[in-house]
Design a protein around this ligand. Structure first.
Ligand code: GLN
Length: 487
């Protein structure tokens, strides 16, 4: 690279510069902290900026590099969604309930990133407890889309996505329960991967819906996505749902051809309510894949997919209602001191939780209550199995399925806050994937009205290498991922 702009790098570009000692991690980190100072007052992606810690970590990384002990993420600035536990650094879940909560341990993913010598620049804003699609449910403040500050960055990992797009960090981690990595990645014009359920440890991720939650990377390109996966994937005895299989080298398939790749386009994902400009971008993107040698089948049908939204909004709130029962003001987090135990508990939850979180707790408690359990929860579990089997059958014929990440372009701040169902609909294309436990990636596929549009590629369990191969081939044939918002 000639004359590198160190304020605008991917992981692999920064790594090359660090390795060849053209720059130091201290310089790189200072440049990104500078970007944060410049841009975050407009974007508002950061709940906490860990400038001092970052400087210390950068110094340590430089010492490591001097000894020749460099790995892909050594000395690279990263940002962490604020529902991932960071020892000694506030982890708020963008909730009043945990506004001053400081974990006493690191999540497994943080331990792994630290082992590589990552530099943490801060914690990212999100929808409260990861419930939402726009970051407007953050109890702290709303994050803005760097491509148009009047619009949402998506959610719930909106802070992570906006910060990567704005160049406030080189990469970020998010979490995805129903779309929270992919939808904001799509809205912000970057790459986001939801790994196969069990691929990445959830230990230290604040639980929302445990059977759906996964941590994953938000990056500027597909190569970076693979590099972060190499760092965070793998079995963890501390997470009983983590897969015992040894993860692959996620960079292995990058650069391979997609000739003959069997690509299915499920027609149910090109639904009514989908914006025509999104459809146009998708058509062009799929044509590009075909040009690269992929075999496209437009006639795939996943008829039960249309029930995913209903299934999700029974299962996710049910699990959430159980997971969030722990916030009673006794052990940690916000605590209201009332005259009686009941008053304390009630007021802790009344004041500590925002409206969307309360809505989910009520939905879940209702779905699980005696007399309704069979009609709602049990039935939803059965439909979940059907949805999963439908995907299994599709993957006998196709290597990947391709859909839009979201049916719309990023909407205006405030546009959907009055109507929760409209907000829920922005995840119609991503929810089914969590229900089935599959991996899926969102990559930049074009622009509509000057705003990014994401393409989702879905694979069978543990097929991340295939997804990354297809995503990388498309990326290399296009230049959407090189565009940057002007701030
Ligand atoms: N938007 C969905 C919800 O509100 C998904 C959120 C997520 O993936 N964390 O539940």
């Amino acid at each position: 690279m000639t004359n590198p702009n160190i304020k605008d790098l991917t992981i692999h570009e920064a790594h090359d510069l660090l390795k060849s000692k053209k720059i130091s991690s201290a310089e790189l980190t200072a440049a990104y902290l500078d970007n944060i100072k410049d841009k975050d007052p407009k974007v508002r992606a950061m709940v906490t900026i860990t400038g001092e810690l970052a400087a210390v970590q950068a110094k340590k990384a430089d010492e490591r590099i001097a000894k020749g002990e460099i790995t892909s993420l050594t000395g690279i600035p990263g940002l962490i969604k604020d529902n991932i536990a960071t020892k000694g650094v506030k982890t708020t879940c963008s909730s009043k309930m945990l506004e001053n909560f400081v974990p006493v341990y690191d999540a497994t993913v943080i331990k792994k990133l630290n082992a590589q010598g990552m530099v943490m620049v801060g914690k990212a804003n999100m929808d409260e407890f990861a419930m939402g699609s726009s970051t407007e449910n953050s109890a702290l403040f709303t994050t803005h889309n760097p491509w148009d500050l009047a619009r949402v960055p998506g959610g719930s990992s909106g802070g992570s996505a906006a910060a990567v797009a704005a160049g406030e960090t080189v990469f970020a981690l998010g979490s995805d329960t129903g779309g929270s990595i992919r939808q904001p990645a799509g809205f912000c014009g970057i790459v986001g991967l939801k790994p196969t359920y069990g691929m990445v440890s959830r230990f230290g991720l604040v639980a929302f819906a445990s059977s759906l939650d996964q941590i994953g990377p938000l990056t500027r390109d597909v190569t970076d996505c693979a590099l972060v996966m190499n760092a965070i994937a793998g079995h963890d005895p501390k997470d009983s749902t983590s897969s015992p299989t040894t993860p692959p080298d996620f960079t292995k398939t990058l650069g391979q051809s997609v000739k003959g790749l069997r690509v299915g386009i499920p027609k149910e994902y090109f639904v009514e309510g989908m914006q025509p400009e999104v459809k146009a971008v998708m058509k062009a993107a799929i044509a590009k894949l075909e040009e690269l040698g992929a075999k496209i089948d437009w006639e795939v049908s996943l008829p039960h997919t249309m029930h995913s939204l209903a299934v999700y909004y029974i299962l996710a709130p049910s699990e959430a209602s159980a997971n969030l029962a722990r916030y009673d003001g006794v052990k940690y987090g916000f605590s209201y001191k009332g005259d009686t135990m009941w008053e304390s508990m009630e007021q802790t939850r009344e004041i500590g939780f925002g409206p969307e979180v309360k809505r989910r707790i009520m939905l879940g408690t209702h779905a699980l209550s005696s007399g309704y359990y069979d009609a709602f929860y049990l039935k939803a579990q059965k439909v979940r199995t059907i949805i999963r089997r439908e995907f299994d059958a599709a993957f006998e014929k196709y290597d990947i399925l391709v859909t839009p990440t979201s049916p719309t372009i990023p909407f205006k701040i405030g546009e959907k806050t009055a109507d929760p169902v409209q907000m829920y609909l922005s995840d119609v294309c991503t929810l089914p994937i969590n229900i089935a436990g599959l991996p899926a990636i969102s990559i930049p596929a074009g622009f509509a009205a000057g705003l990014p549009v994401g393409m989702q590629m879905i694979g069978k369990p543990f097929s991340e290498p295939t997804l990354l191969k297809a995503a990388h081939a498309y990326e290399q044939a296009t230049d959407w991922h090189k565009r940057r918002p002007v701030l």
